[in-house]
Design a protein around this ligand. Sequence first.
Ligand SMILES: Cc1cc2nc3c(=O)[nH]c(=O)nc-3n(C[C@H](O)[C@H](O)[C@H](O)COP(=O)(O)OP(=O)(O)OC[C@H]3O[C@@H](n4cnc5c(N)ncnc54)[C@H](O)[C@@H]3O)c2cc1C
Length: 448
Amino acid sequence: MMGADKVDVIVVGGGTAGCSFVSHLCAVSDLSVSLYEAGSSFSSHPNNLFTSMARSGVMDTSQTATAVANGDSYEYLQAQVLGGGSAVNGLIALRGAIDDFNEWCEYDGLADWSWERVEPWFRMIGAPTTLLDECAPQSLARILHDSWPGSLAVPLAVAHNARQSADGKRLDVARESGRLSIHTSAPVARVLFTGSRATAVELADGSRHEARNIVICAGALRTPVLLGRSGVDAEGLGENLQDHPNVMFAARRRGPFNGDLPVTRYVPLKGDSDADAPDVAHILSYEQIDTDAHLGGIGVSLMDVHSRGSLVELPDGGWKAEFRCLSDKRDLQTMVRVVRDASTVLASTNLSGTFDDNDALRLATDMQRIAAMTDQDLTEWLQRHVRTLSHATGTCAMGTVCDARGQVADIDGLWVADASLMPRIVRANTNETVAMMATRVAQFVADA
Ligand SMILES: Cc1cc2nc3c(=O)[nH]c(=O)nc-3n(C[C@H](O)[C@H](O)[C@H](O)COP(=O)(O)OP(=O)(O)OC[C@H]3O[C@@H](n4cnc5c(N)ncnc54)[C@H](O)[C@@H]3O)c2cc1C
């Protein structure tokens, strides 16, 4: 049965993108909006990534993934709560690199996404100004031996010691406008169409709700599945899947951490390029990954990603995310080189000041073993151990599935505003870029 509550805009998914979209739309227009979020709403957000993930009912555990072709399947955790990733993530708050957007704007039809055009939008959402590409590449050996001076203390989405998630103050202001209704525990089953126009959504409970515009913000792994299930058959849907490959060496810290906030340091490493500008392709991070368990870690991530995967339908009707990390030779070569470099330096570094004695010994032994591997052995080791940073993007990319304003090609009234839109993954953690894009798409919808 159709609900009597026809609104101007329905937003599906109240994560980073959905909340950012709604906040801006309510600020710049008089449009009425209904937001449907599959998860519930937090009363307070823990700062610690692992504490928030351990909370029952805030993560969607139904997604399986493989990091590399023919690799082991594993559970790929995604947020399922109002605020989405921004309510549970590792808090790292970095914008994409200048070059990311200057590359995007070279794609057909995407001239409007140059750095010059997006920078004011980053400023509008209050994204931290620190950019990895402003940080000169460092020598890893020097940094480790000098206890990390010169590395970048990563900005966090924290104010007054508390997580700043997308369902925070700006959404409260939107709520007060009286034009926004938020429905939690309300998963949308499909989008309904009249001719070539999207006109309504059907919830899992069978209720139907109409709107002039429908904006999908269900995240890069759920948005294309929802669109496919609704009968959208756009070329490229579910393709172009990217994430940042990562290997993490976790170890117990020697002593307790100070406070409850994660401490992360990034070391942008120089890549192969001869360019004068710092190359932020390779980053070594050192993180306080779980305060309760005193767990720290040293991770090597590839931020300049060329490999692409896709969502693949399973015989039982479910979907698997096949990232196919390192399938592009450039990614594999870089990862082999950087993991070996990092292991070589770490093998000769005294880690016992930082880590528990047993863990320091184990790490040193692991590092020596990895540093001594041939390229072939290291490639095989990476195929078994690489995972990703939970930064899925690209599956409804602008320029293929959607136009440069986020509208699904050839379908009136249907938009995407989340991480799926990125034509190529940025060389940074993704949350700030997603929030910026969703805010911009809200302006496009307001102006439509
Ligand atoms: C564990 C983890 C750690 C991360 N750490 C960082 C970090 O430190 N820094 C950083 O920048 N990025 C980080 N990220 C990535 C970042 O959080 C994401 O890029 C960002 O949240 C993506 O925003 P989104 O709106 O596209 O998707 P999400 O934020 O995932 O939001 C999607 C929302 O849609 C809802 N939904 C899905 N399907 C439906 C449906 N059918 N009906 C209704 N609602 C639906 C979901 O419940 C969810 O709330 C991390 C992500 C994870 C999961």
